[in-house]
Design a protein around this ligand. Structure first.
Ligand SMILES: CC(C)(COP(=O)(O)OP(=O)(O)OC[C@H]1O[C@@H](n2cnc3c(N)ncnc32)[C@H](O[C@H]2O[C@H](COP(=O)(O)OP(=O)(O)OP(=O)(O)O)[C@@H](O)[C@H]2O)[C@@H]1O)[C@@H](O)C(=O)NCCC(=O)NCCS
Ligand SMILES: Nc1ncnc2[nH]cnc12
Length: 293
């Protein structure tokens, strides 16, 4: 379902006007993007098809079950967007998706952040497919305009690591990212994907690695703050920035360097789950809007 250019060896298609997407395909595409994120290695500290990174309570199978379980809810969010639903309705579907995720993973939090961010982007894609949003408006702007205020004014989760560290470190987290129209996707994730796809055509996994490192280098990831505090966040930013500044996946020996950074995150038990989610969202937006845009 995901575009061949993002999955494998084909070059990107030239930029062109696209027909309105089919609402019924949005949930499948979003779930495919979650699997593409999983199937990216080396990703510092994160779970992949190769290893469990800094985690001992989840592996690739846990993530695959989770992606499959939340797919129908991502589709429901797209349909709700196409019907013009407000944030209250989206939140109810999002909370149902969280319950389905926990049931599929025996209580492990694999995709709570992705349900939130990717779910809102699915709703935006639905609104666009349903003719309720300007077809040339980026999906992030659709989210910010239609649901930004509802996101900021929404109820807080009572028991979340994110809430505690956001208070302690004054971090914005997933809500601010979404309410601001996903600047990390448009300024960092998508440009990195495009840059790497033209530098190493035919290696879509390398492009995903580049985007993952670029995101880790700048995102204020509440998972890193939760596990490593400010020192952990700074360590992650520095290591990922050095990888990108050394040429990223365009430089000879990049895979060994990326693997060694992955090992250094595992040694510190750091896991940038927010950046992993933003990688999946960048793939989704790239496929919906054209990664070459
Ligand atoms: C509004 C919510 C997002 C509130 O959630 P929370 O209060 O937890 O807020 P955040 O701290 O903002 O983080 C939520 C998750 O978002 C990901 N994330 C982190 N930083 C960012 C960022 N800067 N930008 C975007 N996204 C970010 C991250 O999710 C991923 O990591 C989780 C797995 O991590 P793991 O290391 O396993 O951590 P834990 O299991 O928590 O602990 P330990 O293992 O360390 O013990 C996983 O969820 C990934 O997806 C953050 O965790 C939202 O949840 C909410 O209100 N939901 C209600 C439904 C709703 O409103 N839906 C709207 C329509 S869909
Ligand atoms: N691949 C991954 N590993 C760990 N946490 C994540 N959160 C989202 N994707 C993840």
């Amino acid at each position: 379902m995901i575009t061949a250019a993002l999955r494998g060896a084909e070059p990107l298609a030239p930029r062109r006007a696209r027909p309105a997407p089919d609402v019924s395909a949005i949930g499948d595409l979003a779930a495919d993007c979650l699997v593409m994120e999983l199937e990216t290695w080396p990703k510092p500290g994160l779970v992949s098809h190769v290893d469990k990174g800094s985690h001992d309570d989840m592996d690739a199978g846990t993530f695959r079950r989770s992606a499959e379980a939340i797919k129908p809810y991502l589709q429901s969010l797209a349909e709700a967007g196409a019907r013009g639903c407000g944030m209250g309705r989206l939140r109810i579907i999002g909370l149902d998706a969280e319950r389905a995720m926990f049931a599929a993973t025996d209580g492990v939090n694999t995709h709570r952040g992705a349900i939130f961010g990717l779910g809102l982007l699915c709703a935006a894609a639905g609104a666009r497919a349903g003719g309720l949003a300007d077809p040339v408006l980026p999906l992030g702007d659709v989210v910010a305009r239609r649901w930004g205020a509802g996101i900021i004014d929404g109820p807080l989760l009572l028991h979340s690591h994110g809430r505690a560290v956001r208070r302690r470190f004054h971090a914005g987290g997933a809500s601010l990212e979404a309410a601001s129209g996903f600047p990390s996707i448009y300024r960092i994730g998508l440009p990195a994907l495009r840059r790497a796809m033209s530098a190493v055509p035919g290696d879509a996994e390398a492009a995903r690695v580049e985007a993952c490192f670029a995101l880790i280098a700048s995102v204020e990831d509440t998972n890193l703050l939760h596990r490593g505090g400010l020192d952990g966040l700074r360590f992650a930013h520095r290591a990922a920035r050095q990888f990108i500044e050394a040429g990223g996946v365009r430089a000879a020996g990049w895979r060994e360097r990326a693997r060694s950074i992955h090992d250094s995150f595992v040694a510190r038990r750091l896991s940038p789950g927010g950046s992993a989610d933003l990688l999946a969202m960048s793939l989704f937006v790239g496929a919906e809007e054209g990664a070459e845009r």
